[in-house]
Design a protein around this ligand. Structure first.
Ligand code: FES
Ligand SMILES: [Fe+2]
Length: 335
């Protein structure tokens, strides 16, 4: 496939998603990669196809004492630069060594260049960078606690459709009507600056019964009127800070293109609260609530018919059009 937005910085994982000494597979712009993190926090990334007979390295295992990944087919090992690692006892005979490709000191597996900023793992997918890695992620999550990761899944939708829904302020009253019962969404203070934009959103929602609140305590902590601050860093992230009576919930909605008609989504949820004891108590319900939001988006995105020119305009759709413009004029934000 032709890469989508080549040279864009893609946030492909938070450190906690990788685990330790475990292969972690991703697909970006049609190519599969494997990532792994050592116990001392070093993150490595290679193309997933083994250069011997193309087995998926992500089905293999990590050799922790030498930080290599072993292929599941013939157990060849590769280090983080893609070089073949051979134990002394397994090296070819000295006479054969020169002609053996296995003894080459050059990489034989293709590394994926990654940039680790704090706990965030970024990549340009080995393309020439066209845009700087945003500083927003570390800035908004400083002094906050990671609640967890939600909605980590593939959306069977092209990247443009998936990103447009995040810039569409009119879909909350339809797509996300349950269980928050959103009745009205008012936007104000819209600002745009290149690939960055921000807007304030006032949410007015309906009443939840005690039974509903008992089943989902996050509803009890969400007032009937509250403010969300949106910060977009095109194309990877939509950051929403919700001001709630118990503190701030900061959610980073991340997207990257897996294939032409497949988009990866995950949400990193953070909390800034004077009541930190609430976090472990509310973790599972909070992550469930965010996963539901992603499910609801996925559900409608996957049902859409082929896009045509709309015959109806809703208010504030300019924000969504701006995202489409940024996509089509990539990498120039001004066209
Ligand atoms: S296919 Fe990977 S070692 Fe043979
Ligand atoms: Fe949505």
């Amino acid at each position: 496939m032709a890469p989508i937005l080549p040279g864009a910085p893609w946030l492909i994982a938070h450190r906690t998603m990788l685990g330790v000494n475990q292969p972690y597979k991703i697909t970006l712009n049609g190519i599969d990669y494997v990532l792994w993190q050592s116990a001392d926090g070093k993150v490595s990334a290679l193309e997933n196809s083994c250069p011997h007979m193309q087995a998926p390295l992500s089905s293999g295992w990590i050799c922790r004492d030498r930080n290599t990944i072993a292929c599941p087919f013939h157990a060849l090992e590769f280090d983080s630069t893609g070089r073949l690692f051979k134990l002394e006892s397994l090296k070819p005979e000295p006479t054969k060594r020169q002609s053996s490709p296995q003894s080459s000191a050059k990489p034989v597996a293709n590394p994926l260049e990654i940039i680790v900023k704090g706990d965030f793992i970024w990549t340009y997918g080995n393309h020439t960078p066209k845009l700087e890695i945003p500083t927003l992620h570390e800035a908004v999550t400083a002094e906050s606690t990671l609640v967890g990761v939600a909605g980590d899944r593939t959306l069977k939708a092209p990247f443009l459709n998936a990103i447009a829904i995040n810039y569409d302020f009119n879909h909350a009253t339809g797509t996300h009507r349950h269980p928050l019962k959103i009745q009205q969404v008012n936007t104000s203070h819209y600002k745009e600056n290149g690939h960055h934009s921000s807007v304030t959103q006032e949410i007015i929602r309906g009443h939840n019964s005690w039974l509903e609140k008992l089943k989902d305590p996050t509803l009890a902590l969400t007032p009937r009127r509250y403010i969300n601050q949106f910060e977009y860093t095109f194309p990877s992230t939509n950051c929403i800070t919700a001001d709630l009576p118990v503190g701030q919930i900061i959610s980073l909605f991340i997207l990257y293109p897996e294939r032409e008609t497949q988009t990866r989504s995950f949400v990193l949820v953070f909390a800034k609260t004077p009541y930190p004891w609430l976090i472990p108590l509310m973790r599972s319900q909070t992550l469930k609530a965010f996963s539901l939001v992603v499910e609801q988006d996925a559900d409608i995105l996957q049902q859409l018919y082929k896009r045509e020119t709309p015959k109806i305009r809703l208010p504030k759709e300019e924000i969504m059009f701006r995202a489409k413009k940024l996509y089509h004029s990539w990498p120039d934000p001004l066209l």
